[in-house]
Write a protein that binds this ligand. Structure first.
Ligand code: GAL
Length: 338
């Protein structure tokens, strides 16, 4: 009996100590607030984290110098863990050194630091997608769409003349997505020819201007628009619509494919104005980031009590999914309504 009472008291004390444990302080530094996909990740992080941590989120405004200052400020405030969406993936050295000097765990996300840098600090990790998969999946979407609609090859020369909108060239997502989409097509018997490619830094407005220029230059010769993300794909769609394309006439149609699953682009896929996208789930990214951050802020192993796995002891790679007309609801569920 005494033993039972003793165990009961111990359990009681333990539960109280858990309840009264202070919330950890978590800092999150974003590369820029006006990036569409990152906007959804940021809002989801805030939403998921605020009940269990004191969370401070800041905007680097696309400046690495400002990001470094924000990281210093957060470390000075004694955060228990830090999440960083790098401005420049080649510039993680300073941030890692600062975090390491104070032994503060750090989780990078979306923009992957150089492997050597990540490996230089045992309490540094990365969470993101596997960009080669996004490219391969875009390739599959294109190949399937051509099987269904051979008329996309407007000049019937058996070759798809395409233009490509790219994110910034320092970003792994840009390089891998761009390479693997064309790689898939070439390896699967789809003949392609690049008319042009240009960097639009993930931005809708820049992509809009570039596409207008392409229309002047190539007009009907453009048989496909491949975009590294949906925001740029939307900019392209607006441009071609201004020139009378993709407004309902099947003879005046340029297929477009993107990545992310942004609600505005998914709407266009639903209406048949775009062919498809590759879902990158912002809620899933935010959940993984917060769970790992919360663990390491509490001194627990990063993956404890989570379903995530490391592919190389350091990185969680979240899966992409193909989205076309048939399964748009998958993307609609991943993005919250504004
Ligand atoms: C990519 C995403 C883009 C953009 C970029 C920012 O993963 O697809 O839309 O958000 O990250 O780093």
């Amino acid at each position: 009996m005494n033993k039972i009472i003793f165990v009961f008291i111990l359990t009681f004390i333990f539960s109280i100590s858990l309840i009264s444990k202070p919330k950890p302080n978590i800092g999150v530094v974003i590369y820029r607030y006006d990036d569409n996909f990152i906007y959804y990740v940021r809002k989801s992080i805030d939403d998921i984290a605020k009940s269990k941590a004191n969370i401070l989120i800041r905007n680097s405004q696309n400046s690495q110098a400002m990001q470094n200052d924000l990281v210093d400020m957060m470390l000075d405030k004694n955060v228990d863990a830090l999440a960083v969406n790098l401005v420049n993936r080649n510039s993680s050295k300073y941030i890692i050194e600062q975090a390491k000097a104070r032994n503060i765990p750090i989780v990078f996300f979306n923009r992957e630091p150089l492997r050597g840098e990540l490996g230089s600090y045992k309490n540094a990790w990365y969470i993101g997608g596997k960009p080669e998969d996004a490219g391969t999946m875009q390739g599959k979407i294109i190949a399937n769409s051509l099987k269904k609609k051979p008329s996309y090859d407007k000049n019937k020369d058996g070759i798809i003349q395409y233009v490509m909108l790219q994110g910034d060239l320092e970003h792994n997502d840009t390089l891998y997505r761009s390479h693997f989409v064309t790689n898939y097509l070439i390896n699967n018997g789809v003949k392609i020819k690049e008319l042009d490619k240009e960097v639009a830094f993930w931005e809708k407005a820049r992509a809009n201007n570039i596409t207008k220029k392409w229309l002047d230059e190539y007009g009907d010769k453009i048989e496909y628009i491949i975009s590294n993300n949906d925001a740029m794909a939307l900019g392209a769609l607006m441009a071609i619509r201004d020139s009378g394309y993709n407004l309902g006439d099947p003879d005046k149609f340029i297929p477009i494919v993107g990545v992310d699953g942004l609600p505005d682009f998914v709407k266009e896929i639903k209406y048949g104005a775009a062919v498809g996208t590759v879902l990158q789930d912002p809620k899933e990214h935010a959940t993984a980031i917060v769970e790992v951050l919360f663990n390491v802020a509490n001194g627990i192993e990063p993956l404890e009590n989570t379903k995530w796995v490391f592919d190389d002891g350091k990185s969680i790679r979240l899966p992409y999914k193909i989205i076309t007309e048939e399964n748009v609801s998958l993307a609609e569920d991943a993005y919250f309504k504004d």
